[in-house]
Design a protein. Structure first.
Length: 580
């Protein structure tokens, strides 16, 4: 690294640290307070940090609901690069000139963000496309800023007096991984191709085609999707004419139901879902001429599950165009099974079933007392049991469950939190289109059908028969086993081990009491010995001083013990207040 770049790096580190101090970044972030200050700091630090904030707004497992709400409002409009720079980037990345690939190319982008800018263009055959071109130095800038951010956090040694709600180092590590993945355009190319294959022409759903032959690590070429954001439909006032109003309501209900069914298919069948389905990524396009739906469009068989999108043969005069596949979620089949079980458990309101389903989608970070977890979860869920699903704030509920899991040495997997966030975003849009449609109610019968279709009756019967055979065989041998056990118990060769609730905590308490008793006995011995030395040392000043020293040591130890006990009780009291 040259001297100038080293100086520049040091200057940038100082800038990052100065902005963090100005907005009390670490203190607020540790305690998850004042999200507006965090947003102000990110905006002041520039595009890389704004993008980090946007990614963080998708991670309910890392930050609180108030942070997610504030960070989701971050906008990263940045000045566009001149067309000469765009031409140079395109030629360096693809080895082709823009004029050779496109019939025409708009020099002015219609959008520019921290990662890149987007232009309208037409291929040589006249196909309308959108071309996303990364800013020339974006990769270098992101890598440099992430490295300097890590250094700045390491240099800021401020530690809050209160218990930290999040771990900034772990959060930054996770965000760095996500941001580096997002600036990899070829990953977005792969996402777009897979999503197109799985969802295009599923009923009225349309997905842009990716033109891979023109794509490169910094270039993305997609089919142009027409239409207005679904937000326009949400904000549109209903007509005063009853017939027109009924048609508008029917259209909204149809679009809402289609979005829900398609999202459920993405999750449970494809195991590959759009993680950021905000209204800007859902376009509604009006079509002039009705189309006859093919059998492929009316229903789709995927694996063992059949999805029916509409019953009539004629498609309605509108399409739902889904765009932007930079942020996607992927589930394993086992994870999808776990999600289906959670959906059914939440609808059944069975606390133990909910707990078992949650355990299946969590990683263990330490010893887990399942009984204690079920008890804590039961106390937590009790107020929700009498609450309708439409009245529950799922983002807040998720955040609280994540912290309850953390208290029990459980960490919910990132895929699950991404799914719940996407679910919440889409549910907000669906609720405005059709207030009577509940995504959970739609998901429940499918979850039941999904588990049923993944249930292999033959294998289950074979397992049950084999289990019955083994049980019968063991039952025949039971009298002999009982006799052997009683003989061993009588001869003193057997030992019974009991495990009780909160065993570890009680063991620690007993160890603490034992240690205190030992210290008390040592103190008593010091005091008694010192008293004897002082009493019998009238003519021996050295022995007298030795006795006084013993008294002094005893007093210091007593003060330390009392102070330690008071501090411990004070911390426990604060922790209880914070918890409740």
């Amino acid at each position: 690294m040259s001297d100038s770049s080293t100086i520049s790096g040091k200057s940038r580190v100082r800038e990052i640290m100065a902005v963090m101090r100005k907005h009390h970044f670490l203190r607020n972030f540790y305690r998850q307070t004042n999200p507006e200050e965090i947003c102000a700091a990110l905006e002041e630090l520039g595009p890389t940090f704004i993008k980090l904030g946007q990614i963080l707004s998708t991670r309910a497992d890392l930050v609180s609901p108030s942070y997610i709400k504030a960070l989701s409002k971050l906008r990263d409009d940045v000045p566009a690069d001149p067309f000469a720079s765009v031409e140079q980037t395109f030629e360096e990345e693809t080895g082709k000139k823009i004029s050779a690939v496109f019939k025409d190319f708009d020099e002015q982008p219609f959008a520019s963000a921290s990662i890149g800018q987007v232009h309208h263009a037409h291929l040589q055959d006249g196909t309308p496309v959108v071309v996303k071109v990364q800013h020339p130095e974006v990769t270098t800038l992101v890598n440099t800023d992430l490295h300097l951010l890590q250094r700045a956090v390491d240099l800021l040694k401020y530690v809050p007096t209160e218990k930290a709600v999040v771990n900034p180092t772990a959060v930054i590590t996770e965000l760095s991984r996500s941001l580096r993945a997002e600036i990899d355009t070829m990953r977005e190319v792969q996402n777009g191709e897979e999503f197109y294959r799985l969802n295009n022409q599923a009923g009225i759903i349309r997905v842009p085609k990716v033109y891979r032959e023109y794509c490169a690590p910094k270039i993305l070429v997609n089919q142009l999707m027409k239409g207005q954001s679904i937000q326009h439909l949400v904000n549109q006032k209903l007509s005063s004419d009853q017939a027109t109003k009924d048609m508008q309501v029917q259209t909204r209900e149809m679009i809402a139901k289609t979005l829900v069914n398609n999202f459920i298919k993405q999750v449970f069948v494809d195991h590959f879902f759009q993680a950021d389905p905000h209204p800007g990524n859902i376009l509604i396009e009006q079509v002039d001429e009705p189309e006859i739906a093919t059998e492929h469009e009316m229903s789709r068989q995927v694996g063992n599950v059949n999805f029916e999108y509409q019953r009539q043969g004629v498609l309605p005069p509108y399409r739902i165009n889904l765009i932007d596949f930079g942020m996607m979620g992927r589930l394993t089949p086992a994870m999808a099974d776990g999600i289906a079980k959670i959906v059914l458990a939440i609808n059944s309101k069975n606390t133990r079933q909910i707990g078992q389903a949650i355990l299946a989608v969590c990683n263990q970070t330490g010893p887990v007392d399942e009984q204690q977890f079920f008890t804590d979860l039961g106390h937590f869920l009790r107020p929700y049991m009498s609450t309708g699903l439409s009245e529950i704030d799922f983002s807040t509920l998720l955040y609280q469950i994540i912290h309850l899991c953390a208290d029990n040495h459980l960490q919910m997997k990132a895929e699950v939190t991404m799914l719940v966030r996407a679910f919440g975003i889409l549910e907000g849009t669906v609720a405005k289109l059709d207030p009577n449609l509940s995504m959970m109610e739609v998901a429940r019968p499918f979850g039941r059908r999904y588990l049923k279709q993944h249930f292999n009756l033959r294998n289950r019967l074979e397992d049950d028969l084999w289990g019955s055979y083994q049980a019968g065989h063991q039952l025949i041998q039971l009298p002999g086993h009982v006799n052997d056990f009683l003989d061993a118990l009588t001869n003193g060769d057997a030992r019974l081990n009991f495990k009780y609730q909160n065993e570890e905590r009680i063991s620690q308490l007993l160890l603490r009491i034992t240690n205190r008793l030992v210290v008390a006995l040592i103190l008593a011995a010091i005091i008694v010995g010192s008293s004897l030395l002082v009493e019998g040392s009238a003519d021996h000043p050295h022995i007298y001083r030795l006795g006084v020293t013993g008294y002094s040591i005893a007093i210091v130890i007593v003060i330390i013990l009392v102070s330690s006990e008071l501090i411990t009780r004070w911390r426990q009291k604060r922790a209880r207040k914070k918890r409740y």
